[in-house]
Design a protein. Structure first.
Length: 469
């Protein structure tokens, strides 16, 4: 007997023995103990694979985990993400790993497949432009004086690692209201003192910054009058006006620092008072901290005070009332000033000249007859008409000091005329006419006066002796 027949017979005998044992128990035939689950598994088959999400969209530079779910013939489902074979139709657009992680590479579309044997699932994946993931604002935590403006800049970082200026693309907000204004392009203007928070928003991404507004600061200084022209020996008050960052203005005349580039031409004191010292130009500066303003000041020739023809009407006329030439010192220097006086006859010849001191607290009163016509160069000719000129500070003269003092002298004339009735008089006062003395005239006057004084050997010098101060 062969081996196969022996095996079959043994199996048959074993089967019959087991059956007999069951029947011997007196019961109904029992079902064999067979594992039903194994039978079911042997008949369960994969019918479908679905990918979720079904139409994924990835911003450039991002990744996304896809899930593959298997549907079986018995209606059950199972996660097959790590069992299927993944593939991308356009790996230059997006790649996919064996565990289902899709990574964007460039803008475009690709088909993602998940396969198990002959069963395949698909999804359409789109790579969209990169999106903002974070933003920064610059400058950070600035301090801004009231009224000043600050331009802010927002730099966005995108999903693909690129960076872009988003200053004009974000939405700007500021709080609390009233402290600052903020326009759509990130330009901020400080309105009130305090601390404000500003925010830049792009979708769900935002960035914020804090700004401190401090009191207004000095922005500029202006001087008035601008570029004045001063007669020699005169004074001029300058005013310094400060403009602040918040648009307000303030008189700073007494708080700025005043300087003169040429104090020999123009001096300036601590309150902006100019004094013309000599002919020329000086730059006056008013400074406060780092802010300053300048003014070009020109000193012209000395002022000539002129007594015109007609004021000699009673000169050298017996019994006629005398006239007085009165001069005052404007007190700008606080010292005596010198008045140079030149007397001309009706032939425009210089008859006399002299220099007389004028105190700052009084006036000089000169008699026409007794002081200015008492010692003519040509006494045989009575002078009863002509011109008297007074230089407003000392330039020439026998007794004037050197260097020439600065300051201003003003003059007027008092004339007494006989009235209509016997013994009555009329009094007339007139300010002397001002005119500028050219350098040529200045030289001529000085040279002529020196000649008159030397030629006359004492004659030709007018007198200050009878003057009252």
């Amino acid at each position: 007997m062969g081996k196969q027949h022996i095996t079959f017979e043994v199996s048959l005998l074993l089967f019959l023995a087991l059956l007999a044992m069951d029947l011997g128990c007196g019961g109904a035939p029992q079902a064999m103990n067979v594992n039903n689950s194994n039978v079911n598994n042997s008949t369960k088959t994969l019918t479908q694979i679905t990918i979720t999400p079904a139409s994924p969209a990835l911003a450039l530079g991002t990744t996304k985990n896809l899930v593959a779910t298997g549907v079986f013939s018995d209606g059950t489902q199972q996660d097959l993400t790590n069992k299927v074979v993944w593939n991308s139709s356009q790996p230059s657009v997006a790649t996919i790993t064996s565990s289902g992680m899709a990574a964007s590479k460039q803008l475009g579309n690709t088909t993602i497949t998940a396969a198990d044997g002959s069963v395949t699932g698909t999804a359409k994946l789109a790579v969209t432009p990169a999106t903002v993931v974070s933003m920064t604002i610059a400058p950070m935590n600035p301090v801004l004086p009231k009224g000043r403006s600050q331009q802010f800049t927002v730099i966005g970082t995108f999903t693909d690692g690129s960076m872009q200026n988003l200053t004009s693309a974000v939405t700007w907000q500021a709080s609390p209201s009233g402290l600052v204004t903020l326009n759509n392009s990130g330009l901020l203007t400080a309105q009130a003192i305090g601390a404000a928070t500003i925010q830049a928003i792009s979708g769900s991404v935002s960035a914020q910054d804090t700004i401190s507004v401090t009191p207004a600061v000095l922005a500029s200084i202006s001087l008035t009058p601008a570029n004045p022209v001063l007669p020699f020996g005169s004074t001029q008050q300058l005013t310094a006006t400060g403009s602040f960052s918040d648009g307000s203005t303030q008189n700073l005349t007494n708080s700025v620092t005043w300087t003169s580039s040429a104090s020999g031409i123009v001096t300036v004191n601590g309150t902006g008072l100019l004094t013309a010292q000599s002919q020329g130009t000086s730059t006056i500066a008013a400074t406060s901290g780092s802010v300053n303003a300048t003014d070009a000041v020109v000193v012209s020739a000395p002022v000539v005070l002129t007594v015109t023809v007609g004021y000699y009407a009673n000169a050298n006329v017996a019994g006629a009332p005398d006239a007085q030439l009165r001069l005052t010192n404007d007190g700008s220097t606080g010292t005596n000033l010198w008045a140079d006086i030149y007397v001309f006859n009706n032939d425009e010849q210089m008859e006399e000249c002299c220099s007389c001191a004028v105190t700052p607290d009084g006036y000089l009163d000169l008699d026409i007859n007794n002081d200015l016509l008492s010692n003519p160069l040509a006494p045989e000719v009575a002078t009863n008409s002509g011109v008297i000129e007074v230089i407003s500070s000392s330039v020439y003269g026998a007794t004037s000091p050197s260097p020439t003092p600065a300051g201003g002298i003003r003059g007027w004339l008092t004339q007494i005329q006989n009235g209509a009735a016997a013994g009555s008089y009329n009094i007339t006062e007139r300010d002397l006419k001002d005119s500028l003395l050219s350098s040529g005239e200045e030289t001529t006057l000085g040279a002529t006066c020196s000649f008159v004084l030397s030629l006359g050997s004492g004659a030709g010098a007018c007198s200050c002796a009878s003057a009252g101060n």
